[in-house]
Design a protein around this ligand. Structure first.
Ligand code: AMP
Length: 291
């Protein structure tokens, strides 16, 4: 497995792969790779012959008071994990290579990016889509895989790819969880043992709402309250607990009757980390069997 840092080398490698008849698979990441990322790489290897993992902590998707500076950077371990999972190439560019001197151009995102994380992290999805569009421009026609852990991100990228006519097939991969239900995340590294234990309120809340939904509850407020209660007991603060249309990512008010397929998404701060998670009610299995 090779590692390249220069965008021109990524483009060359992907062009060469296609020239010999291989399908290119792309897995964009910010590094600090874990089993969730490995699952994406393995899913890519099932669909493509030449799998590229990008490792880039993208500055434009972080707000001024967010964790860009302290985000874990573990390239050697990332390379080992990517190789083990079946990657042929790791692309780990410097910031300047992705944002040339004088850079001023951004992707403009719309309604899909407006609520949930978009409302709480101004500019975040513009930064995400801009860097992903650059990766797509370098990789060329390919299949690109994204985790449903970042559900709104997946939907925003699907929308961008469609709207900008990009030659990329987007595949969403189910959230990988620890045995106790906590979604794997690079930011879990920030958590103390006690905070890690408190974070189990997230899968508990999602699962309680899932259980109610399975029994027929369709009132947005009741589902939201069931999810929110355990989370409110442990979180330092809650950014949101929202029910939303799973395709447009537009929230439902508490008095709405939600459809048989509904996104339930949460974001909160706990022990110095900002954690997000979600389930699509009516589609995803609950994180826990007995909430
Ligand atoms: P990140 O490095 O956090 O930007 O994530 C890179 C990709 O891995 C994104 O598509 C994420 O949605 C995906 N990902 C992160 N954690 C998980 C997880 N627990 N399960 C599935 N995919 C994940």
């Amino acid at each position: 497995m090779d590692t390249v840092h220069d965008p021109a080398d990524l483009r060359r490698a992907c062009d060469a792969a296609r020239a010999r008849g291989a399908r290119v698979g792309l897995v964009p990441t910010m590094g600090a790779l874990h089993e969730g990322h490995a699952t994406l790489v393995r899913a890519a290897a099932e669909r493509a012959d030449f799998v590229v993992v990008t490792v880039f902590v993208n500055p434009t998707q972080f707000g001024p008071n967010e964790d860009f500076a302290r985000y874990p950077r573990t390239l050697d371990a990332d390379r080992a994990l990517a190789k083990e999972a079946g990657a042929a190439l790791v692309f780990a560019p410097e910031g300047r290579a992705m944002y040339p001197e004088g850079d001023e151009t951004r992707v403009h995102v719309g309604e899909t990016a407006a609520a949930l994380c978009g409302a709480h992290r101004p500019g975040h999805f513009e930064g995400v889509t801009t860097v992903v569009a650059k990766f797509f421009a370098l990789a060329g026609p390919c299949v690109a895989l994204f985790g449903r852990k970042d559900y709104q991100q997946l939907k925003v990228i699907e929308r961008m790819t469609r709207d900008l006519l990009l030659p990329v097939e987007i595949v969403g991969v189910p959230t990988v969880r620890e045995p106790d239900g906590l979604a794997l995340s690079s930011r879990n590294r920030y958590l103390s043992a006690a905070a890690r234990q408190s974070a189990l309120a997230i899968p508990t809340g999602l699962s309680r709402a899932s259980a109610l939904f399975a029994k027929g509850e369709r009132n947005a407020g009741a589902l939201r309250a069931a999810c929110r209660e355990p989370i409110a007991a442990v979180a330092d603060s809650i950014d949101y607990v929202e029910l939303a249309d799973p395709d447009r990512v537009t929230p439902f008010p508490d008095d709405a009757r939600v459809p048989d397929r509904t996104l339930l998404a949460v974001a909160l701060r706990l022990g110095g980390a900002r954690l997000i998670d979600n389930v699509v009610l009516g589609e995803d299995r609950a994180p826990l069997e007995v909430p």
